[in-house]
Ligand binder design. Sequence first.
Ligand SMILES: *Cc1c(COP(=O)(O)O)cnc(C)c1O
Length: 808
Amino acid sequence: MKRLTAEDLKARMTTYINTTYRLDVKEATEEEVFYALAAVVNEQVKPLWDKTNERYKSEQTRQVYYLSMEFLIGRLIESNLLNLGMLKEANQALQELGFQAEDVFTVEQDAALGNGGLGRLAACFLDSLASLNYPGHGYGIRYRYGLFEQRIIHGNQVELPDYWLKKPYPWEVRREEEACVVQFQGIVRMHQRRNGSLEINHEHTDKVLAVPYDVPVIGYENETVNTLRLWSAEPVSGAPDNSGDQEEFYHHLDFEHSIEQLSGFLYPDDSSYEGKELRLKQQYFLVSASVQNMIKQFKKNYRLSSKHFPEKIVIQINDTHPSLSIPELMRILMDEEDLGWDEAWEITTRVFAYTNHTTLSEALETWPIAMMQKLLPRIYMIIDEINERFCQGIWFDHKEKRDKIPELAIIADEQVHMARLAIVASFSVNGVANIHTEILKKKEMKEFHELYPERFNNKTNGITHRRWLMQVNPKLTSLIQDIIGDQWVKRPKQLISLLRFQHDKDVLEQFAKVKNENKLALANFIHQQMGITVDDQSIFDVQIKRLHEYKRQLLNVFHIIYLYNELKENPNLDMTPRTFIFGAKAAPSYHLAKEVIKLINTVASIVNYDKDTKGKLKVIFLENYNVSLAEKIIPAAEISEQISTASKEASGTGNMKFMMNGALTMGTMDGANVEIYDLVGEENMFIFGLRAEEVLDYYQHGGYHARDIYNKDDRVRRILDQLNNGEFGTHDIEFKDIYYNILYHNDPYFVLKDFEPYIEAHEYAESVYRDKMKWQRMSLINIAHSGKFSSDRTIQEYVNDIWKINPT
Ligand SMILES: *Cc1c(COP(=O)(O)O)cnc(C)c1O
């Protein structure tokens, strides 16, 4: 495939604009130029996409399907250009046509079909699969409304709908010929055939048409283009004619509306679970359409009987959200392919692999039996039978575990427990960082681990270094290339060669220069967004992630209030200036999380305008945190706040993005922070606070009393009293809930317990920052070790240990 030069790009875009809009390029808007550029990209992609599909078909390739309710892809224009080897050329072409590349790229709306880490992981995995030439595709939902847009009004989060499809989305292709019907409700009738087998008839169902929209997933400079297939819900037949009964007509409209709700919006809860019926419908809609589609393609392309399904297909389920795919495959094999239970079960349990993302109890999915029975009667019957056989198996073959049946059973206390279903039916169960997998094995899923030790394995998360280094930080990328060449682009572990330069003052200066330029760019962005000037010589200390109690944005705010109080006492305090940067969305129904957002903004409004803190403290809350905002902030960060209560953050991936861009981690020994620590050592990051075992021990045996710390530590008492007495509020009811949560609910996330060590870690970080060369050396060492966290490594491990697929 010939790569296009800047000249080629200019010529093709010009032609497109002339013919499509009948305009001279000079007269075209950024929007028109964006669509022209996307069209040129699509022209390049089309033949590669077709060829990739033909190759998989003709070689009868074994393929992996990544099933996920979320794909947080963000914008694609730049990453598509990068992977096609044309990003620099496109930048040049746009400039020569008289446009700012950035203004053209930002015409594209972020595809925010995910909440946070879990959805972003799915997007990184697709990029790595394609870039490593693996046959692997995503199945998801084409939500008409993605994650809400956040505005901050008077310090409060306000949610606006994210209608991201208002303008045409240039990367998707509607594939009506691949549509299929998904059925809900109805009556299941069984009758015995002459030969004794059962025939299942599922009648009087509500039918929904699932129409796929395909998005190409372009590999990095390798001509592989895989597919992300996103399902949209539509009425099965066209609209009725409007000539007849009015009532009938409106009833029908109502019905169509309720169908379209199925792919209407993304649930905005991250790491928490809501037992809403519409969410259950969405889950079944995704898995039924996807599994039907896999079987259809398998039969068409491979011409094998369903017995051979596990040889050609492996399905990875991203958390339990798509775990109804298990009974759905059983249903198809038995009811449509006429296999018996044992054969169907044998096939099913060789196909599924399950990734667990959390041990937070509030995030574990369970569905009320009654809801599932009504909505999915046949699926419920199958789960019931899986459960029955599983429990019998324990009763007869694992007598020592008989008394554990209530905590192992898939159906118990009127609920269907989805994680248990996923474990029982999968040949692989993985956690997402070493510490998380160990907690699963030893605590959360101990009983299952004892039953099936061979199923449990770890796959530490990763991020695509193509987007999160090469695309977002071109200056750092080209500096690294100048110093160690570009082998690391294909083998990110080679970044380790940077270590040779850790004592090279000249090199360290160059890294410092790049960071400063990135900081200046972010400072300009902040000024333009918020009208606030930040000191580009101050320490950029960043915490961007979903707002959740366990992530402890509150600990960060307490530190800021502490510094503020210190400065008020002593305005001449010798202190390196700091800029604290936040970005975070709270689930709309998460009251305490919203209070923390309000608190951050309130503290910002006080600190930013106080003469005693002038030039020393700034607090910035950037609204609407999403992938594109992360891309702007991360290259400029110096301190990466990864301060979750130990044992709570399964892995984290933000931590990896920061490390790869040279920020130093201020963190607890949690999730993948532990693995960063294993690589760079404690001398190259700032570790503080309770360890996971200590936290788990407190939860189990008690012994922590937040009130004691309040009583003993003046700094802590001062801060809490400020929250309680209205010093940070326009009226004194504000922030009382935070105060009560800490003192009357005994600080469930150990904010007070970790306060002092956190302050000390920050004091140490400040002292290191004064030694510029030392800081730069630490930063370089972090970048050098960050190759491990490329999702290419993660995907290679999934391939070797779970998927057993071959590159093409
Ligand atoms: C990487 C990323 C996340 C995950 O961040 P954590 O710090 O690991 O929670 C969430 N949202 C967006 C937009 C991201 O890019």
